[in-house]
Write a protein that binds this ligand. Structure first.
Ligand code: HEC
Length: 119
């Protein structure tokens, strides 16, 4: 019984840790061969943008980035790509909290190059 509680504790601690995982390490430096929204883009956006860009009553960001359509539109027609690639320290950089890893940025650029696959 004691062993079981210890294992449970470890599992709980691990899950807490994975939530607070540094977002810059999302894909541990690996760029997928084929990038799609559901598997790759959505987790990056969720970890780095959703705290502000959501559809809560009083969001900090000016628009939500919660669906494929919203993210695709801002990437193709908005200045999302420009804002995530600004130099470190630029006041307009997104996320406002600091530049993402180059891997994350490259994955989003590849998503565009491959035609914004959804799945
Ligand atoms: C800490 C809050 C916060 C986070 C995190 C954040 N944003 Fe923003 N974002 C804002 C605010 C506030 C604005 C409006 C002010 C501005 O344009 O700088 C904004 C503006 C933008 C704009 C410009 C909109 C326009 O029409 O000019 C884009 C694009 C954008 N965010 C994308 C992103 C992306 C992509 C991420 C994640 C990689 C992200 N943001 C993370 C708060 C945030």
């Amino acid at each position: 019984m004691k062993m079981f509680r210890i294992i449970l504790m470890i599992l709980i601690l691990q899950s807490i840790q994975s939530c607070t995982n540094d977002s810059s390490e999302d894909f541990l430096g690996v760029i997928p061969n084929v990038v799609n929204y559901t598997e790759h883009i959505k987790p990056i956006i969720n970890n780095n943008c959703l705290t502000c860009h959501n559809s809560n009553p009083n969001p900090i960001g000016p628009f939500p980035l919660e669906t494929y359509d919203e993210v695709q539109d801002k990437t193709e027609n908005g200045n999302l790509l420009q804002r995530i690639q600004l130099p470190v320290g630029d006041p307009l950089i997104m996320p406002q909290t600091g530049k993402m890893s180059q891997t994350n940025i490259d994955i989003i650029l590849k998503w565009k190059d491959q035609g914004y696959l959804e799945n």
